[in-house]
Design a protein around this ligand. Structure first.
Ligand code: EZ4
Ligand code: CO
Length: 402
């Protein structure tokens, strides 16, 4: 069997997605997600110009060799554009391998290790009173874990709090919207929110919070310590992680578990964080960290150091990514949690899939392959629309991490 064709499809059913569809000379097809939020066309071009020509005629069964060919063979390594492109090829080849074998991909990865994939949803609202209602909605839907974000008094905008509560979407303007930030106001606002949520929902609901890379290590240490009474499952992206050793300082001061990695692209981006046991959950995703082949390598490495998976699963990761992640989540020994932001109806229509949510768990597809496709006729009705992530500034207008 040979790869006969590979199509790069850019579509905007509710938001932008880049999808690679690989077709073999025997008619088998596989899909992979290549979406990089706000930088979609860079990956589409990398695939079209540099990857697709090299795929034609290759044996689709040679997944590891193809991964190494695209990674080592390019000479230029790592980075979100490269690794998202490689990820799309990798996902599509696992999809084809499953279809050829007649097995869902999780069976190829060693089979089921648990009853279902525990997911967390996003509760967000301006005020504490409103966010309690949102958390309650998730509890009523069966969720066992909820991420909680509220507005910060004195700031007009806050990360994670948006117009639509269930379908919050930060990439909302062709040219980046500017938002504002104050670390002092934020650090004062967050602990009382979790005091109220714990008080209302008791000790068993798992609670999470995303700092979105906005603090310094000592500020994050203080936040982690102030949240200890509320027993968070994790505090996410407390600081930017280019400086991995910065996490040592946070670790020395708090027992609040730490999660990081949604912007990481390779195992080397998290090597020290994992091997020095500076984090508790690694949040690399199947699309931005090189596909199932590389993500499995990261999670296996993490398992040596008591670090569990916590894959990124925001709406900018297409249903193809979510479908692929679930096959890994259900099979690995050190699964932690899977993020699950629901896609809009338009997105779900463009990407027919059979994974399903039930009682707080997502269940991967049971049919051969990944169990997801892109309906190209539906996709053609939704042309690409430029959309950038916001840019963040302090009150004095200094640029800050968004
Ligand atoms: O801001 O995926 O945990 N989830 C997140 C996401 C990210 C977006 C960026 O594209 O932090 O909402
Ligand atoms: Co995050």
């Amino acid at each position: 069997m040979r790869i006969a064709e590979a199509r790069v499809i850019v579509t905007c059913p509710g938001r932008n997605f880049v999808t690679l569809k690989i077709i073999t000379d025997e008619g088998a097809t596989g899909v992979g997600d290549a979406t990089l939020n706000g930088r979609e066309l860079a990956v589409a071009s990398y695939l079209r110009e540099h990857v697709v020509p090299a795929l034609l005629g290759r044996d689709p069964a040679m997944i590891e060799d193809t991964w190494q060919y695209l990674y080592q063979g390019a000479y230029w390594r790592r980075g979100p554009v490269t690794m998202s492109a490689i990820a799309a090829v990798d996902m599509a080849l696992w999809d084809i391998k499953g279809k050829v074998a007649g097995l869902p991909v999780y069976q190829l990865l060693g089979g089921r290790s648990r009853a279902g994939v525990t997911v967390y949803g996003h509760a967000n609202a301006e005020t504490v009173d409103e966010v309690l209602v949102e958390v309650g909605r998730y509890v009523d839907m069966g969720y066992r874990a909820v991420r909680v974000q509220t507005g910060v008094p004195g700031l007009t905008t806050t990360y994670g709090v948006g117009g639509d509560r269930m379908f919050y979407e930060p990439a909302d303007a062709a040219i980046a919207t500017e938002v504002e930030w104050s670390t002092e106001r934020y650090l004062a606002a967050v602990p009382p929110v979790f005091a109220r949520v714990r008080d209302e929902f008791g000790p068993h609901l798992r609670l999470l919070h995303d700092v979105h890379h906005r603090l310094t290590p000592i500020e994050a240490a203080r936040l982690g310590r102030s949240l200890e009474p509320y027993a968070l499952t994790w505090l996410e992206d407390p600081v930017r992680a280019e400086l991995q050793e910065g996490f040592r300082l946070i670790r020395q001061h708090t027992t609040t578990p730490l999660a990081v990695g949604e912007v990481f692209n390779t195992i080397w981006d998290c090597q020290r964080l994992i091997s020095e046991q500076l984090i508790d959950y690694i949040r690399t995703s199947v699309v931005h960290a090189g596909g199932l082949t590389h993500l499995r390598r990261i999670f296996d490495f993490a398992s040596l150091y008591h670090v569990r998976s916590g894959s990124h699963g925001a709406t900018d990761l297409s249903p193809v990514s979510l479908a692929a992640a679930l096959h890994l989540d259900i099979s690995i020994p050190n699964f932690g949690l899977q993020e699950y932001m629901r896609h809009t109806r338009a997105t779900d229509t463009a990407f027919p899939h059979t994974y399903r949510f039930e009682a707080g768990y997502l269940h991967p597809a049971e049919e051969p392959g990944l169990g997801v496709d892109l309906d190209e006729q539906v996709a053609a009705q939704y042309p690409y629309q430029p959309a950038a992530l916001p840019v963040n500034r302090l009150e004095d207008r200094t640029i800050h991490s968004w």
